[in-house]
Design a protein around this ligand. Structure first.
Ligand SMILES: [Zn+2]
Length: 342
């Protein structure tokens, strides 16, 4: 029996080595394991053997079957590999495929640039909660409860148990909640903070998204006046938008600054003449002003000793003004064809 088995395996091995075709391999399978195979004939002979020799003979045949199956599988995988290499030959002379390299999102690029520009003036980066107490968002900024000025902020309120002093919680509609928080933290000026954070308002159109980024500057020290504010804006706009972009201040009203201004940057397209994009020759950058004494008091800073200015501008808006982007919603559509252009 052992010799017969050895012979079967040897013959199968020689046959399988020569096979170069998957169809032929299928035929060989029948020859090896089918009804008329040598192996099957041997199996049938087991019952003719004396009882005590049957178990060993059974074991020998099973072992041989396993060995043949292994040989068969090896041959099959060799043929498949060879076959696919014929269909998809590797062209070693073809140029390699390079991995595509991405870049930071426009908003992240702008944040990095803004932080760098203000750091040259001694400002440091700070960030404060995006969900904050009403007191930091409104009351501490001179907007008492039930004051109509609160309505302008289109606030998202968060379900929470109200605090006796701080009130309820809101998604911050601006970054000015960081003003009094920074005063509380620093205790004694000077303060030169840039606070960059996500803000949330119920608004959506080509120049507004419900979530946007704002950067807020707060400078408090002795003898700070409007010319310091102007100089800071000029430095920023010339560094960020280009040396020929001048700013102007328009009187405005905010509850937390006095006096208050809207800051405009001259239009890059018409250079102040007035065009389809800007209409008046100027583009609005954002709000600014001298910090209101009541806000300083809310942050435990003596308004007799110290003064300062604050400003809050949208990152997306500055990107739109710099790049000529007509619809800021494009920034959040994750369209690679758009993002690749920057
Ligand atoms: Zn213009």
């Amino acid at each position: 029996m052992d010799k017969d088995v050895e012979k079967i395996i040897k013959e199968a091995q020689e046959k399988l080595e020569k096979i170069a075709d998957l169809k032929l391999l299928d035929q060989t399978y029948i020859e090896l394991f089918g009804k008329n195979s040598h192996l099957n004939k041997l199996t049938k002979q087991i019952s003719n053997l004396p009882k005590d020799k049957r178990p060993k003979a059974g074991q020998t045949i099973n072992k041989a079957k396993k060995q043949l199956e292994k040989l068969f599988k090896e041959t099959k995988s060799r043929l498949i590999t060879h076959h696919s290499s014929l269909i998809n030959p590797i062209d070693i002379s073809a140029p390699g495929k390079k991995d595509e390299i991405g870049h930071l999102h426009l908003v992240s690029q702008a944040i990095e640039e803004i932080v760098e520009i203000f750091s040259r003036l001694g400002f440091y980066l700070q960030s404060y909660p995006e969900i904050d107490w009403e007191w930091y968002v409104f009351e501490s900024l001179n907007m008492p409860k039930n004051h109509p000025a609160r309505d302008e902020w289109e606030t998202f309120f968060v379900k929470s148990d109200p605090h006796a002093k701080y009130g309820g919680q809101v998604l911050t509609p601006h970054t000015s909640n960081g003003q009094v928080r920074e005063m509380e933290k620093t205790k004694t000026p000077p303060i030169r903070m840039i606070n960059i954070s996500r803000c949330y308002r119920r608004q959506i159109d080509i120049s507004h998204t419900p979530m946007f980024h704002q950067f807020e500057g707060l400078l408090i020290d002795k003898n700070i006046s409007i010319p310091d504010l102007r100089g800071t804006f000029d430095f920023f706009t010339k560094s960020f938008f280009g040396p020929d972009r001048v700013t102007r201040l328009r009187p405005h009203h905010f509850r937390f600054t006095e006096p208050s201004f809207e800051v405009d940057v001259i239009c890059d397209i018409c250079k102040g003449e007035g065009c389809r994009i800007c209409k008046s020759g100027w583009l609005e950058l954002g709000g600014a002003g001298m910090v209101h004494p009541k806000v300083l008091k809310a942050g435990n800073i003596d308004p007799q000793k110290y003064s300062g200015f604050a400003f809050g501008w949208g990152i997306e808006r500055t990107i739109a003004m710099k790049t000529g982007l007509g619809d800021i919603r494009l920034l959040y559509q994750n369209d690679i064809r758009f993002l690749e252009q920057f």
